[in-house]
Design a binder for this molecule. Structure first.
Ligand code: AMP
Ligand code: ZN
Length: 460
């Protein structure tokens, strides 16, 4: 039995798919106007774990993830500039080039993190017709109105509005629309936005030239591929209160019933205890971590060490610790691979059960990693343990079969000379001089380890 936390009902629930054996699942993809950062990638590590846990339990998956390559404004509630056009302008390129560049980088990151990519990848620019049809459907049912800058959804017509994010309906009633805003209610949102003739990404529609609102994208694509009733919808916690609330309103009003059974949200990754921001200079990408010598899979291991539903704090000490823990697990596993002990079927079954209980309890990956760790440390070296660890790695997907090659550090000539001078001073029993040389060497980032008949230099 798999239990998943449903943000809509705010309970852990037993997962039962609508159709036996197959899970229909939608994931909000990235807006491809800039490099995805490690926080974004946490959302896709979470999607990956969910997909892998479902597959481990024998389900097939029909998954969809969108690529927002048009029209998402700098503010989630329909204000600000179009992110794609803004970036295109500042770099003197076209929004189409921007989208192509960052879509490729996004998929490279998914690949280096061993992320199981959904069966359908849908680009917003290729779904304009479906979006227009979805808006027409809402219009026919009386849920929309038109103002100067676009076609809007009228939230007062949907009694379920606010359920996901627990927006209090009283405050919805008294909240005021800002002056100069023609919206009837502050939470009303754009389905179709009219654009200036200078706007590059624009399309004809029954209401005038423009581009789709951001939220309609996910409703149109999920409806097109998964239909009017599907199992799971995932995304980061920041999407819960506006984007997903609006998706629910569009879906349930267009189809006339509840569309998504289970809403799941990953918590945020913070850096040094706070938000990542350009001004703080603390936005990192997977590539930057690689350049610093940390494997993308060490970042994944770091994510899996905390439940997806809890905040995590990224620090360089933490990624360093993750890399060294992952390496030591891999080293121990190589010893198991070459081990000759026999482990009984009962013991193997016991670990497998513990592992399954952990992952099926709302994807408790920290506990599942604990089971792996206990198993490889406490059992005699055996290929049976190695094989079971690789079976667990169908869920973790952190390359547990990789052989760790110790980095051979080239010692610079200058350090070798200093070490030799120190050795000679020691032979001459000039301890003061020998200590001086040791200090210079340490200050330059190397350590001297003396042995009976010589010394070894190591990088600190
Ligand atoms: P966006 O391209 O802004 O739509 O973001 C792509 C995904 O990353 C969404 O599911 C966001 O909710 C998620 N996300 C953004 N920032 C973070 C963060 N710091 N930690 C975890 N997830 C995030
Ligand atoms: Zn979405």
């Amino acid at each position: 039995m798999i239990k998943l936390y449903n943000s809509l009902t705010r309970r852990k629930e037993e997962f039962k798919p609508i159709n036996e054996g197959i899970v229909k699942m939608y994931t909000c993809g990235p807006t491809v106007y800039y490099y995805p950062h490690i926080g974004n990638m946490r959302a896709y590590v979470f999607m990956d774990t969910l997909r892998r846990v479902l597959k481990y339990n024998g389900y097939k998956i029909n998954g969809v993830m969108n690529i927002t390559d048009v029209g998402h404004l700098t503010d989630d509630s329909d204000n600000g500039e179009d992110k794609m056009e803004k970036m295109a302008k500042s770099t003197n390129t076209s929004p189409y080039e921007i989208a192509a560049k960052y879509t490729k980088i996004f998929f490279d990151d998914l690949n280096s993190l061993n992320i199981d990519v959904p069966e359908h990848i849908t680009k917003a620019t290729e779904y304009i017709d479906q979006m227009i049809n979805f808006v027409k459907k809402l219009e026919d049912k009386g849920y929309t109105y038109i103002i100067d800058d676009g076609v809007y959804f009228d939230v007062s017509k949907f009694p379920g509005y606010g359920q996901l994010s627990q927006k209090d309906m009283e405050s919805i009633g008294v909240a005021r629309v800002e002056e100069n805003d023609q919206k009837r209610h502050p939470f009303d949102f754009a389905l179709w936005k009219f654009v200036e003739p200078s706007h590059i990404m624009k399309w004809d529609s029954p209401w005038g030239v423009g581009c789709p609102g951001w939220h309609i994208e996910c409703s149109a694509m999920s409806g097109d591929i998964l239909g009017e009733h599907f199992d799971i919808h995932t995304g980061g916690i920041d999407h819960k209160s506006i984007h997903h609330e609006n998706e629910i309103a569009q879906n349930d009003c267009a189809w006339g019933h509840r569309v998504v059974e289970c809403w799941m949200h990953n918590e945020f990754l913070q850096v040094d205890g706070g938000k990542m921001s350009k001004s703080l200079g603390n936005i990192y990408t997977i590539n930057q971590l690689s350049d610093m010598g940390y494997e993308p899979l060490a970042y994944k291991y770091f994510c899996l060490n905390t439940s997806y539903s809890k905040k995590i704090n990224f620090t360089f000490d933490a990624i360093k610790a993750a890399q060294s823990a992952l390496n030591s697990i891999r080293k121990i596993l190589q010893e198991h691979k070459n081990g000759s002990a026999k482990v009984s079927a009962e013991v193997i079954a016991g670990y497998k059960e513990e592992f399954l209980n952990a992952i099926n309890d709302d994807l408790n990956t920290p506990l599942a990693l604990g089971v792996l760790f206990k198993m490889i440390k406490s059992e005699a070296k055996s290929i049976d343990i190695y094989n079971l660890a690789l079976d667990f790695d169908k869920v973790f997907a952190i390359g547990l079969d990789r052989v760790v090659v110790e980095e051979v550090v080239d010692i610079p000539e200058e350090i070798q000379e200093l070490a030799e001078l120190r050795w000679q001073s020691k032979q001459a029993k000039d301890w003061t001089k020998a200590d001086e040389y040791r200090k210079i060497i340490t200050d330059k980032g190397y350590a001297i380890l003396d042995s009976k008949d010589g010394y070894k230099i190591e990088k600190l």
